[in-house]
Design a protein around this ligand. Structure first.
Ligand code: SF4
Length: 722
């Protein structure tokens, strides 16, 4: 009988952090963690010019076990030179995410030729020549460029520029499989696709909604801010089908009282059905409408579209809202009252809202609630998508997207003296689909595990192996290099953020741009800077006119271009001399005037999603020992899940299925099955089950939100077979 922990953080986190540091030498780790480099893990944002382990408000120490996991993993030693000789492709295909991660840093380029059984080391010059040849012999409309959220703004800007000058808009980033719905919805409602608040606003609110997110595991330093909200008498409403230990109680390591006695985080814990968010949020609107407590003057003075949104809430029956959400009327009324009483509310969310075929409507429903209560466009109130990777927002901001704003396009044409391509750029899912039809001859991937983040892994495997030449720029190995290989595959070793020879920049989820100094390589090897590799390949493919790519190897030159081309980023041009990190302009709203056509916010009707009745609804999760697709620990310490092949289930559902805790079952999804899965009883909403991604993605078909193109990783139908 496995049990989830009673709390998050605390001494277990401290002891884990120390044990990690001891793996590679505490002094080495200390020097790296205190270097002026932005944290390599999540987008809360630590480090940079204010100093290592310092947050945007200048507070020290700000560090967490997730940050340590990533740093130590980069320092653990290089892959031996005979590794690929000893391990053929079949052996590499057996590696789990953790085993691939634990192989260490890739210190030399490798290639897998068509039909070969082994990757083999290759000289950099030969590797670059093969990549250049593949691009030169491809039609730009058959070439795709992908980026994870780990790379720098400079590398991302260079690669999207190269793609466009080369002639294609097939430029997509990992957001399509995570926060794209947030960007789409926020832009529809407020004309800007990112957080509307700063980190400091979390010190001025008295109510926080945490919707479909578990910051205790994925953004641990946010827990200090949340504990402070409770300490000053504020409330926190957690909306999550799963009761997460760290959201019930968290022991903040940097606060003595909380470290020893813990801090209650959730004042209210709502467990809706997975995919029942719109029902719940429209329910809150209906409760306020019936109580006459909506902020009518705010809607009248600063927003449009209220009539149709209120009409929807009025006309939708309580039965439908309660059944669809799985939340009682009493709970809905209680939370609506709390919201109305609040002086300033912040709505924060993550994949639990965006990983649905109705992801955009989920986020629009949150925007409607913020507008209907006047909780946007002032200090202490607003909207906060909790972003994953440390620079996922920056990569989007600097133009690593299939379509560019008209102004950015014209500025790039002026800067490069070349017309930008006109082909309709593919999103990530569409690109894999095109690969399956044989329409992608070359894929250039900047970091990440694109394969693993796909739904329907069997489909992704077949599609990606259809690609002629696939190039990965990576720091370490992951299963995507092997399952997501092309007919010819190159893995080129690059430097990590704190190893860069030049300073780089990253943007946090609070629109704050940091400057990272770089530093010495953590391990010996032939790793190169991403920007150097991109410029070398661009020169080999396109020559040095009209763009002199070798000049753009200088990050200062790249930053001058970003300042010219990307709205709100002027200050980056001088950051080398000023060392002044800045907030991107036009993103934070402390007054109710928004960058829409008429400066007013816009409310949107949000249709109620429909679900197949007899299936359980699967939510795929990151474990406590994981960050995105990178697995550092096989077990999930917080949830009491001992390994990766578990399914968390409510006892009520288990009784109906006549299965026991610890019993092995087969889980069948719309796209595949997984056998020998261990049932773990947990405090999860009956009707909902949870498994870890990327492994469970094999079950999920490609049902995507038509506006965000994000697959429904959090409400996929599954059936249990004993
Ligand atoms: S909360 Fe995020 S940004 Fe801060 S130290 Fe942890 S992983 Fe890094």
């Amino acid at each position: 009988m496995h049990r989830k922990t009673r709390f998050g953080g605390g001494f277990p986190a401290i002891f884990y952090t120390i044990s990690k540091a001891l793996e590679v030498g505490p002094w080495r780790v200390w020097k790296k963690m205190t270097s002026r480099n932005a944290c390599k893990t999540c987008a809360v944002g630590m480090g940079g010019q204010l100093g290592g382990m310092v947050n945007e408000a200048g507070h020290f120490p700000e560090v967490c076990k997730k940050s340590l996991q990533a740093q130590v993993a980069d320092m653990k030693g290089a892959i031996p030179s005979d590794f690929f000789e000893r391990n053929d492709l079949d052996a590499l295909l057996q590696l789990t995410p953790k085993q691939a991660e634990d192989c260490g840093r890739l210190g030399y380029p490798v290639i897998l030729e068509p039909g070969a059984t082994h990757f083999k080391p290759i000289y950099w010059d030969s590797a670059l020549e093969i990549v250049a040849h593949a691009l030169k012999s491809s039609i730009p409309n058959n070439v795709a460029f992908y980026s994870s959220g780990r790379s720098s703004n400079e590398a991302g800007f260079l690669l999207q520029s190269f793609a466009r000058v080369y002639g294609t808009n097939h430029v997509m980033n990992c957001s399509f499989y995570c926060h794209q719905a947030s960007g789409v919805a926020l832009k529809m409602a407020f004309g800007s696709g990112t957080a509307t608040i700063t980190l400091d606003d979390l010190d001025d609110c008295d109510l926080v909604f945490l919707l479909g997110t578990n910051p205790a595991s994925n953004h641990p330093r946010m827990m200090t801010k949340l504990a402070n909200v409770r300490a000053r008498g504020g409330k926190i409403v957690v909306v999550n089908p799963l009761r997460e230990s760290g959201l019930e109680k968290f022991h903040v390591p940097s606060q003595v009282k909380s470290l020893f006695f813990g801090t209650e985080i959730a004042s209210h814990y709502i467990q809706p059905l997975a995919g029942g968010d719109v029902h719940f949020l429209v329910g809150l609107l209906k409760a306020m409408f019936e109580a006459g407590t909506m902020n009518q003057s705010f809607m009248t003075n600063y927003a449009d579209g209220a009539e149709q949104v209120i009409a929807q809430a009025k006309q939708t029956s309580w039965d439908e809202l309660i059944l669809g959400s799985g939340v009682s009327k009493q709970e809905i009324d209680e939370i609506a009252e709390l919201l109305v009483k609040s002086k300033a509310t912040i709505f924060a969310w993550a994949m639990g809202l965006t990983h649905h075929a109705s992801g955009v409507d989920n986020v629009l429903a949150v925007c409607n609630l913020a507008i209907a209560t006047g909780n946007v466009g002032r200090a202490g109130a607003g909207l906060l998508p909790l972003r994953g990777h440390s620079n996922v927002q920056g990569i989007g901001s600097i133009g690593f997207t299939p379509s560019l704003q008209e102004g950015v396009k014209r500025a790039l044409e002026k800067a490069y003296g070349k017309a930008m391509p006109i082909n309709e750029g593919l999103d990530t899912y569409a690109m894999i689909d095109a690969a399956g039809r044989g329409e992608i001859s070359t894929l250039f991937a900047l970091g990440g595990n694109l394969w693993g983040s796909n739904p329907n892994l069997n489909w992704a495997t077949k599609s990606m192996q259809n690609i002629g030449t696939t190039v990965y720029l990576s720091t370490k190995l992951n299963p995507g290099h092997f399952h997501g290989r092309g007919q010819r595959t190159l893995i080129l070793p690059v430097l990590a953020r704190d190893e860069e020879p030049q300073s780089t920049t990253q943007e946090s989820m609070f629109n704050f741009v940091r400057l990272s100094d770089g530093g010495e390589a953590n391990v010996p090897g032939q790793m190169r800077a991403e920007s150097d590799v991109i410029c070398d390949i661009a020169t080999r493919v396109l020559g040095d006119s009209p763009v002199d790519w070798s000049r753009l190897k200088d990050h200062h030159e790249v930053r001058k271009l970003i300042a010219e081309v990307i709205p709100g980023w002027k200050e980056i041009a001088e950051i080398d001399s000023t060392k002044r990190e800045f907030t991107v302009t036009g993103r934070v709203f402390h007054s109710p005037e928004f960058p829409t056509a008429n400066k007013r916010a816009l409310m949107h009707k949000t249709p109620l999603p429909k679900f197949d009745s007899d299936a359980l609804r699967l939510i795929t999760l990151r474990s406590e020992g994981q960050f995105n697709t990178v697995v550092y620990e096989e077990n999930d310490f917080y949830r009491g899940m001992p390994h990766r092949f578990c399914i968390l289930m409510a006892e009520e559902d288990a009784n109906k299925l006549n299965v026991q805790d610890g019993q092995r079952v087969t889980v069948r999804g719309e796209a595949g099955t997984m056998e020998n899965i261990e049932v773990i009883f947990g405090q999860i909403k009956p009707g909902v089950v949870a498994m870890f991604y990327p492994e469970a993605n094999v079950l999920i078909d490609g049902r995507v939100d038509p506006r965000s193109k994000t697959p429904s990783f959090k409400s996929a139908p599954v059936w249990i077979e004993r």
